[in-house]
Design a protein around this ligand. Structure first.
Ligand code: CO
Length: 148
């Protein structure tokens, strides 16, 4: 009887862990101007979502800097272009750019930065993109963000 109760409790625990949505993702970036993912899916049951950005390369941020920027896909090229003039101290993002939904700072080799944002800022069915706004990087460093 006792053993059966324990077994049922363990099963319940296991299934509740399976049901819980993952509300964060680890993203790595490299000296090859790349992210290790091309698609991030956010479960709509998440209230906030966290992106943990790392840089596993060996180049400093002024040479091979990376950030993680989230916007509507249609806004991404304009954000990157306007970010050029902002410079590295502003993370290559224009001050007060309201098209930016969330972003980390620019990091270099061995550094990390995280950003959390309110999932209610996203609309199901809209096309979102993540990218790096370091000059020239958006062509290779981008991917889709989908709310499901
Ligand atoms: Co980059």
């Amino acid at each position: 009887m006792f053993a059966k109760l324990v077994a049922v409790s363990l099963l319940t625990l296991a299934s509740s862990q399976l049901m819980a949505a993952e509300c964060s993702v680890d993203v790595d970036s490299t000296d090859q101007m790349s992210f290790n993912t091309k698609e991030i899916t956010i479960d709509k049951s998440c209230k906030t979502f966290t992106v943990n950005l790392a840089h596993s390369g060996s180049l400093p941020k002024n040479v091979m800097g990376h950030n993680w920027v989230l916007s509507k896909a249609a806004d991404a090229p304009g954000i990157a272009t306007d970010g050029l003039a902002a410079g590295i101290d502003k993370n290559y993002l224009k001050d007060g750019d309201t098209r930016v939904i969330a972003h980390t700072k620019i990091i270099g080799a061995g550094e990390k930065d995280s950003v959390s944002f309110d999932v209610s800022k996203l609309t199901a069915g809209e096309t979102y993109q993540f990218f790096c706004s370091f000059p020239g990087h958006i062509s290779m460093m981008k991917g889709a963000v989908t709310l499901k």
